[in-house]
Design a protein around this ligand. Structure first.
Ligand code: ADP
Length: 395
C-alpha cells in the first residue's frame, strides 16, 4: 500500500490526512487545535470511527505524539508503511517551482522565505522539523502554495516600482492557493476530456481566503494574490485590492503598522463591510433588508467579475470557468451573479443545474448546452494534491 501522510502545520494547529494513493482514499484525517494553550484538542476520524483527545499539548511535538496515539487506537500505521510525508508550505519565494524533497538546503530556503510569510513559514518549518524527528526513516516533501504560479511571465509578476528596491526586498507577485488551482484546473481538463496542455481555464478559489487564476495549457499565467495573500479578490476578512495610497493616507492620519495589519487582515472584506464573513450569513442579513450586507455582496461579486474579465482577455480563448472552495462549491447565488449577462462572451449558466450543485462530490457542469465556455463546479482537494505531488517528488 502506498500511503502518504499530509501535514498542514499552523502556529497553533496541525491538520493531517493519511491518504492511500491506490484509491485514492482518505484512511484517516484529523485536526489538532489550540496547541500551546491550557487545553488542546485533537479530533480524528478513521474509516467511520471518531476519536477525540483533550489534554494540554504544549508544542507541535506533543501534538504529533497525540496524532500517533490516535492512529494507534484506530488504524495503526506500521513502521515502513509510509511512502512519504507531504508538508504544505505557504511561501517558497521564487526558489521553488516544484515540490522539494526536504534536506538541509531546502530547510534553509524555507527559512529564507520567512520575511515573505512571517506568520506561516515559521509554523510550517516547525511542523516539518518535528515530523522529521517523529518519522526519521521516511522522505519528507515540501509542497509550496506559491510553486504553481512560478510560471507567470514577468509582465504578470512584476510590480511597477523602482527595480532595485523591488529586487532587494523580493517585492513581486508570487500568488497562493497554488495546490488548489493546480488540482482543479487539471480536474476540469480531465472532466472535459481534453489534454491539460490544450485547456484554458479561469479558476476561482472562493473560500474564506479567495483567489483567481488564469491557467493556459495547465500553466498559471496570472493570479490575483500578490506578494502576500492580501491582494486580489474581496475575502472573508481580508480587503483584497486597495489603492496603496490609501494606506499611506491612513498612516498619515495616525494609524500605526499594527492597526493597518489588523484592519486589512481582520476587519476588512465581507466582515469589515457588513459584520459577517460567512456568505451564508451575508445572504441571510441581506434577505432581512440589511443594506450593508447587500452592498458587501455587490462589492464581492464585482471583484470576482473584475478578474474574470481581465483573465478572459489575457487568455484570449477560454474553455472553462471553474468554481471551487467553500463559496464556489456551495453558493449558487454567487455563481449566478458572477456569470450574469455574459452570454455574448459565450458564458451562460443553466439555472437548475447551478441550483443543484451544492457541495457536489464530483465535478458538476452548470453551463447551458449552448454555452461555448463550460462553467464547472469542482470540489478542491488540496490534501490529495499535496499527496500526489509528494509521491511524484519521491519517484
Ligand atoms: P478556507 O479558506 O478557510 O479553507 P473554505 O474553502 O472552507 O475556507 O470556505 C469557507 C467559506 O465558505 C465560509 O466562510 C462560507 O463563506 C462559505 N460557505 C461554506 N458553505 C457555504 C454554503 N452552503 N453556502 C454559501 N457559502 C458557504
Amino acid at each position: 500500500m502506498t500511503q502518504i501522510l499530509v501535514l498542514n502545520s499552523g502556529s497553533s494547529s496541525i491538520k493531517y490526512e493519511l491518504i492511500d494513493m491506490a484509491g485514492p482514499q482518505t484512511r484517516a484525517a484529523g485536526l489538532i487545535e489550540r496547541i500551546g494553550e491550557p487545553m488542546s484538542t485533537l479530533t480524528h476520524e478513521a474509516q467511520g470511527r471518531q476519536l477525540r483527545i483533550e489534554r494540554p499539548m504544549s508544542d507541535h511535538r506533543e501534538g504529533l505524539t497525540a496524532m500517533a496515539e490516535a492512529f494507534e487506537q484506530t488504524i495503526p500505521v506500521r513502521a515502513g508503511a509510509l511512502t512519504a510525508v507531504g508538508h504544505r508550505v505557504v511561501h517558497g519565494g521564487d526558489r521553488f517551482a516544484q515540490p522539494a524533497v526536504i534536506d538541509d538546503a531546502v530547510l534553509d530556503a524555507i527559512r529564507d522565505c520567512i520575511p515573505l510569510a512571517p506568520l506561516h513559514n515559521p509554523a510550517n518549518l516547525l511542523g516539518i522539523e518535528v515530523a522529521m524527528q517523529a518519522y526519521p526513516d521516511v522522505a519528507h516533501v515540501a509542497v509550496f502554495d506559491t510553486a504553481f504560479h512560478q510560471t507567470m511571465p514577468e509582465s504578470s509578476f512584476r510590480y511597477a516600482i523602482d527595480r532595485a528596491t523591488a529586487d532587494a526586498h523580493r517585492i513581486r507577485r508570487y500568488g497562493f492557493h497554488g495546490t488548489s488551482h493546480a488540482y482543479v484546473s487539471r480536474a476540469a481538463a480531465a472532466f472535459l476530456g481534453r489534454p491539460v496542455a490544450q485547456t484554458n481555464t479561469i479558476t476561482l478559489h472562493l473560500g474564506n481566503g479567495a483567489s483567481a487564476c488564469a491557467v493556459r495549457g495547465g500553466v498559471s499565467i496570472d493570479t490575483s494574490m500578490g506578494l502576500t495573500p492580501l491582494a486580489g479578490l474581496v475575502m472573508g476578512t481580508r480587503s483584497g485590492d486597495i489603492d496603496p495610497g490609501a494606506l499611506i493616507h491612513l498612516l498619515n492620519m495616525g494609524l500605526d503598522l499594527g492597526d493597518l495589519d489588523t484592519l486589512l487582515n481582520r476587519r476588512s472584506g465581507l466582515k469589515g463591510m457588513c459584520g459577517h464573513n460567512d456568505l451564508r450569513e451575508v445572504h441571510a442579513a441581506s434577505a432581512r433588508g440589511d443594506r450593508s450586507a447587500a452592498s458587501a455582496l455587490d462589492v464581492y461579486v464585482h471583484s470576482i467579475r473584475h478578474y474574470l474579465g481581465a483573465y478572459l482577455v489575457e487568455l484570449g480563448t477560454l474553455d472553462a470557468i471553474v468554481f471551487t472552495a467553500g463559496v464556489g462549491e456551495n453558493d449558487p447565488v454567487v455563481r449566478a451573479r458572477v456569470c450574469a449577462g455574459l452570454e455574448s462572451l459565450g458564458i451562460e449558466i443553466e439555472a437548475s443545474s447551478n441550483e443543484a450543485a451544492r457541495g457536489p462530490s464530483d465535478v458538476a457542469d452548470i453551463a447551458t448546452a449552448a454555452s461555448r465556455v463550460r462553467v464547472l463546479v469542482v470540489p478542491t482537494n488540496e490534501e490529495l494534491e499535496i499527496a500526489t505531488q509528494s509521491l511524484e517528488a519521491v519517484g
